[in-house]
Design a binder for this molecule. Sequence first.
Ligand code: MN
Length: 131
Amino acid sequence: MPKTVLIVEDNELNLRLFSEILSLNGYATIEAREGAGVVDTVRARRPDLVLMDMQLPDASGLEITRLLKADPEVAAIPVVAITALAMKGDEERIRAGGCEGYISKPIGVQRLLDVVKQFVGEGDAPPAGAT
Ligand code: MN
C-alpha cells in the first residue's frame, strides 16, 4: 500500500501541482479544499501525513492542526504546514501549534518531496507503463 498524504489547500493550482508531484512519485493523495471536514477525513482515512495550508477560506490551518493534535486517535499523524508567511517568529508559532514541519511558498518540487520523504519515507515505484 502506498503511503497516503492528505493535502489541505484551497488554491486549486497548488493543490493540483502537489497532488500530481506526489502521485508521480508513488504516494497516494487525498485532497481537501477547506478546513471543514478535515478532522473527520483524518479520523476516517488515517493518512500517513497531512500537508496543511495555514490560510484556508473558512479556517486557520493552525486551528485545524490544534484540533487534530488534541485528538489522541490522530495526534501522532505528522502535520506539515504550508505557509506563505516567512516572517521571524512564524516557524515557532507554527511549531507551537503542533505542526511537525513547515514549507514556505513558493514550494519547489524537490523541497516538497524531501519533506514528504522525511516524514513517510520513499514513495512506491511508479506503476508499470508510467512515464
Ligand atoms: Mn490558502
